[in-house]
Every structure is written in structure tokens, then in C-alpha cells.
Design a protein around this ligand. Structure first.
Ligand code: NAD
Length: 260
């Protein structure tokens, strides 16, 4: 039995993890931390009382087998410092981290195993894999990325689009400043070596990502559409079950899925 602690427990994703855990054997929500106190996180998630209250103190996470973090980039650094002190394996899906938070995550991964993924869906993990293959095998094709999310999303482009961009940029050996975000005005013709990126926001869209590879006379598109955020929670729980058996290091969902 894997005993997990959720950070960001009262958010959309935190509650989705509580619901996914309720349907899985072998995983138990043992602790929950958020910005506000709640008497029972199971009741809040709609899966019935599970006896786990949501507190605001990180110390509630000190004894769990793995911490699952879906919170805010601005607060995750504090969590990473705590996890390092408490030597707790971590799974984080929080996106939009700044350099300080990224550095703190790397420091944590020197001490404990960490899985960090901007998208825990198994389909998106395969999208990254296929995008790397396609972009490197079609070197003369122009790569452009499009993403679509719900109106409440605060970071843009999405963490998934950023990761997809990095996969494509490395596969095509483009410069770090190759990105062209939402072109506007008299920008001139597209240059070789550009990597366009466009983010749209609206309604309740869970998440959609497309890589376009455009050649002369043909175009390839690889799209992933998420219809239910339960897929992210299921992937995060799969990662939580996997992470506590690993040595210290920074892993991705491809490692969890054995894609290497
Ligand atoms: P949300 O706004 O619904 O939830 C954020 C949570 O953070 C809330 O529970 C809030 O209480 C908590 N929080 C804020 N300040 C806090 C503090 N000081 N201490 C403790 N908790 C605090 O957002 P969401 O839709 O659940 O998304 C959370 C994060 O997960 C975002 O970064 C989002 O981009 C990311 N996300 C990742 C994946 C993935 O698969 N990796 C999927 C969906 C969302």
C-alpha cells in the first residue's frame, strides 16, 4: 500500500487525485495540505468521508511514502525545500515554475527521487515521444505548436506546450530563442529555424495540443485532446507508486512508462 500526501488538495487537480485514489487498490490518501482547512477531503471530492482533513501545515506530509503536488508555481518552492528536509519522494505536476523553483526541484532530486511532468497523461507522454521522432525525421518541415485550454488557466503557453516545444527544438537542433509566440503585425515571412507557438483560452476545455510539421505539398499533425482531468490524476498516481522505489534523481513520465 502506497500512502500519499497531496499538496494543493482543494484545487481541481488535488480533488481529482482524491477521486482517482478512491478507485485504485494499493494507494491511500494519508495526508492533504492546501491553502484552507477542510474537515474531510473525501467529502469535498465527493467520494465519501475518508477521515483525512486538509490542513495548511506542510508537516502533515512528513511521513507519507510520496507527496503529490498540484499547486501553484509561486508556492511549490517552499514545498520542495520541505520535501528535501523531510526526505520525501515527490511527484509534481505544477506548471509555470520560475528558475528559482526549478533549481530548488533539482536540489531536491539530488536527495530523493522526483517525478516532474507538465502533463501526466499517458497519451501526452507518447505525444512527446512521437513528436521527437517526427521532428527529427522531417528536418526540412516547419514546426508550429498550438494549444487550447480552459479560461481559468493562469500560465501560458501551457507547461505541456513548453515541453513539446523543447522536444521539437532539440530534435530539429534549433536555437534556444527559436520560439515565436503568437505572431502579430508586419513580422515578415517565416524564417527557417523559427518555432511558432500559439495559446488559445476559453470555456472548460481540459487541454489540447497539436504539433504541425509543414512541408511543401504535405503537412503532418499530431494532436492530443484531453477530455477529463482524471487522466492526469491516474498518471500522477501511477508515478507516485513508481517513484518511491527509485534512487534519487529527476525523472519524467516517460521513465515511469518505460519509454526511456
Ligand atoms: P487550482 O487553482 O484549482 O488549484 C491550486 C491549488 O493550490 C489549490 O488547492 C490551492 O489551494 C493550492 N494553493 C495555493 N496556494 C497555496 C499555498 N500557499 N499553500 C498550499 N496550497 C496552496 O489549479 P489546478 O487546475 O488544480 O492546477 C494546479 C497546477 O497543476 C497548475 O500548475 C496546473 O497547470 C497544473 N496541472 C498539471 C497537470 C499535469 O498533468 N501535470 C494537469 C492539470 C493541471
Amino acid at each position: 500500500m502506497s500512502r500519499i500526501g497531496i499538496f494543493g488538495a482543494t484545487g481541481r487537480m488535488g480533488l481529482s487525485v482524491v477521486r482517482a485514489a478512491a478507485e485504485l487498490d494499493g494507494v491511500e490518501v494519508a495526508a492533504a495540505v492546501g491553502r484552507r482547512e477542510v474537515p474531510d477531503v473525501g467529502v469535498l471530492a465527493g467520494v465519501g468521508a475518508n477521515g483525512v482533513s486538509v490542513g495548511t501545515e506542510l508537516s502533515a506530509l512528513a511521513e507519507v511514502d510520496a507527496i503529490v503536488d498540484f499547486s501553484l508555481a509561486t508556492v511549490s518552492e517552499r514545498l520542495f525545500e520541505f520535501a528535501r528536509e523531510a526526505k520525501r519522494p515527490l511527484v509534481t505536476g505544477t506548471t509555470g515554475m520560475d528558475e528559482a523553483a526549478e533549481a530548488s526541484l533539482r536540489r531536491l532530486s539530488e536527495v530523493v527521487p522526483v517525478v516532474a511532468a507538465p502533463n501526466f497523461s499517458q497519451g501526452v507522454t507518447l505525444l512527446f515521444h512521437l513528436a521527437g521522432i517526427a521532428a527529427s525525421r522531417l528536418p526540412g518541415f516547419d514546426a508550429e505548436i498550438f494549444e487550447l485550454h480552459h479560461r481559468r488557466k493562469v500560465d501560458s503557453p501551457s507547461g505541456t506546450a513548453v515541453r513539446l516545444g523543447e522536444v521539437v527544438r532539440e530534435a530539429k537542433e534549433l536555437a534556444p530563442d527559436a520560439y515565436r509566440h503568437g505572431r502579430e503585425g508586419a513580422v515578415g515571412p517565416r524564417q527557417d529555424g523559427e518555432l511558432g507557438m500559439l495559446a488559445l483560452r476559453g470555456g472548460d476545455i481540459v487541454g489540447e495540443h497539436t504539433l504541425f510539421l509543414c512541408g511543401e505539398g504535405e503537412r503532418m499533425e499530431i494532436t492530443h485532446r484531453a477530455g477529463d482531468r482524471g487522466i492526469f490524476a491516474q498518471g500522477a498516481l501511477r508515478a507516485a507508486g513508481w517513484v518511491s522505489d527509485q534512487g534519487p534523481g529527476l525523472y519524467g513520465m516517460a521513465d515511469v512508462m518505460g519509454l526511456g
